[in-house]
Design a protein around this ligand. Structure first.
Ligand code: SUG
Length: 443
């Protein structure tokens, strides 16, 4: 079993529209000018770095934006140009919502259970419905089509439908899911949630809780896990209100290591005791208390939104955003992690400023999918990153992406055309088939 990081390629419409209440970076940078080409190249550089560490790396494609299909479903008609012009004139917010490149944050694309943990021995993937935010909810359909195209072999892979219904089953994917594992014991899956849909209980007051208990419970069933190894845990309402909109903003875990802020979850002591009981002495936990690292710093600098990567020699590295190096408290926390008795041997900092300004750090940009060799051979598309694919993607970005995009530019019909041309070509590079709506129906 080898873990592959499936990173989202940043889409050509990457921009700052201030769409995500509760995500402080998104709110702060709304209206600024973005650099889609720079963002896509930053993302690709991170993928190259991870691959060069000897770790499995793969890609997931952007979604068509603006989503003309969504604008049409909302009553804007005529030619593509007219749809965009009418939305821009009458409902500019809707055009911005339908133009976000948010599918780049593939931690939110799905929740995954590897075949070694599931009762039927297949890899299970549940695409996230992302109900809480409109600009993200429109990702689910395309995500499902893309995953179904890649993981088409139903004998080995089960791609489920996104959870049904409205906000009651609001699901944000792997950003709220952590898998921990030590040698000789079954893996433990932590499913975090922010509010109850049915019934009362503590909930954030200031910002939305994006994941419900009911959604997390449904995921633990659908993923065909042994229920005794699936734990449900509440995100701390104060953590969400401080800007920790997903679990991965305040906690990250992999293998035997769990890093967390004390405001990541409620009842932290009980949770940690349960984890120690299930995983034993090999489990390594490093908690940051508020005095060491205030939540505001953790959220601004994103040390928990790191990738915790296991190298081929078994040691681990933390891939953290530059912002964590620049924040003295975040950096000191990460240095403490390295100094303590655990497999983590160093921190590597990466520049992902384009994505970070929308609240997306290293961990947001990847979906972790453990695969056996046989499963990698059974993938139905060219998504595993090797040198040739890396070159093709770099050339594709250079050819198709703008280096400047302001929210007002989303009204430019040429952007939609450019994006369709680019994505059409990308499906050929990745041998994905016709996964996009515009490839299947005219207009
Ligand atoms: O859903 N930002 C994303 C960031 C997602 C980060 N993912 C994880 N933590 N796993 C979000 O809030 C901002 C778009 C804008 O404002 O233009 C945005 O959607």
């Amino acid at each position: 079993m080898r873990e592959y990081n499936f990173d989202g390629l940043v889409g050509p419409s990457h921009n700052y529209s201030g769409l995500s209440a509760g995500n402080l970076a998104s709110s702060t940078h709304g209206g600024q000018i973005a650099n889609p080409r720079g963002a896509a190249l930053e993302g690709l550089a991170k993928m190259r770095l991870v691959r060069n560490l000897g770790i499995g790396q793969a890609v997931l494609p952007p979604h068509p934006r603006p989503s003309l299909a969504t604008l049409r479903r909302l009553g804007f008609g005529g030619s593509d140009e007219q749809v965009i012009a009418r939305a821009a004139e009458k409902e500019p917010l809707l055009l911005r919502l339908c133009s976000s490149a948010s599918a780049m944050w593939t931690a939110n694309a799905a929740t995954v259970a590897p075949s070694c943990d599931t009762q039927d021995g297949r890899l299970h993937l549940v695409p996230a419905n992302l109900q809480q935010m409109f600009h993200r909810a429109i990702e689910a359909e395309t995500t499902r089509a893309v995953l179904a195209a890649i993981f088409a072999d139903q004998g080995r892979f089960a791609v489920h439908a996104p959870l049904p219904g409205g906000g009651q089953f609001a699901d944000e994917g792997a950003a709220n899911h952590t898998r921990l594992e030590v040698p000789g014991r079954p893996a433990v899956h932590l499913f975090a949630w922010g509010r109850r849909a049915f019934g009362d209980g503590p909930a954030p007051r200031r910002f939305p809780a994006r994941q419900t208990l009911e959604a997390s419970t449904a995921l633990s069933r659908l993923l065909a896990l042994d229920p005794t190894n699936a734990l449900l845990v509440q995100q701390h309402p104060d953590g969400i209100d401080a800007g920790g909109f997903h679990t991965d903003v305040l906690a990250v875990g992999s293998g035997p290591v769990l890093l967390l802020h004390e405001l990541a979850f409620t009842h932290t002591e009980t949770l940690l005791a349960t984890l120690r009981e299930k995983l034993g002495n090999a489990l390594r936990i490093v908690v940051a208390k508020t005095a060491e690292l205030p939540a505001a710093d953790a959220i601004a600098a994103y040390p928990f939104n790191s990738q915790l990567l296991t190298l081929p020699d078994g040691s681990m590295v933390i891939l953290a955003p530059e912002e964590s190096r620049e924040n003295a408290m975040a950096r000191a926390y990460l240095e403490r992690v390295v100094a303590e008795d655990n497999p983590v041997t160093r921190v590597i900092y990466v520049d992902l400023r384009q994505s970070m300004r929308n609240g997306g750090g290293p961990a947001c940009l990847r979906q972790r999918i453990p695969l056996t060799d046989e499963q990698t051979r059974a993938l139905s598309a060219r998504v595993l990153l090797d040198e040739a694919l890396e070159k093709d993607l770099a050339a594709w970005i250079e050819l198709h992406y703008r280096d400047r995009l302001a929210p007002a530019d989303l009204a430019d019909p040429a952007l939609a055309r450019e994006t369709m041309t680019a994505l059409d070509e990308l499906t050929r590079i990745l041998r994905l088939g016709s996964v996009y709506d515009f490839q299947r129906s005219p207009g």
